[in-house]
Design a protein around this ligand. Sequence first.
Ligand SMILES: [Zn+2]
Length: 115
Amino acid sequence: MSLNDRLRQRILRLSLVDKRVLRDWLSTLIEAEETAPALPSAKSEREVVEQQQVGRAVYQLELIKCGKANCRCASGKLHGPYWYGYRRENGKLKSWYIGKRLKLEETDSQTNELD
Ligand SMILES: [Zn+2]
């Protein structure tokens, strides 16, 4: 029996009241996860200078390490700082490049999907 089957059996045995409580709790949980501020993964070589949360998006002023071995950033002179936007959409983390000055509008053509 998989975890899913056992879970289903337990849920089936709950009272109507408990099922309602479970449903409300789940929807709160899902809502929180879907609207959680999206942040870049820790593996990225970037240093966050400033951070702003606007609605469901997070804007970060970042110093970037491009990763090229013979670039100036390899010896500590990082690129930028540049503003990036991050947002979670249908569970996926989306990011977009803004530039040296923070602009809060976003266009779809600039949006990348990250995993
Ligand atoms: Zn570089």
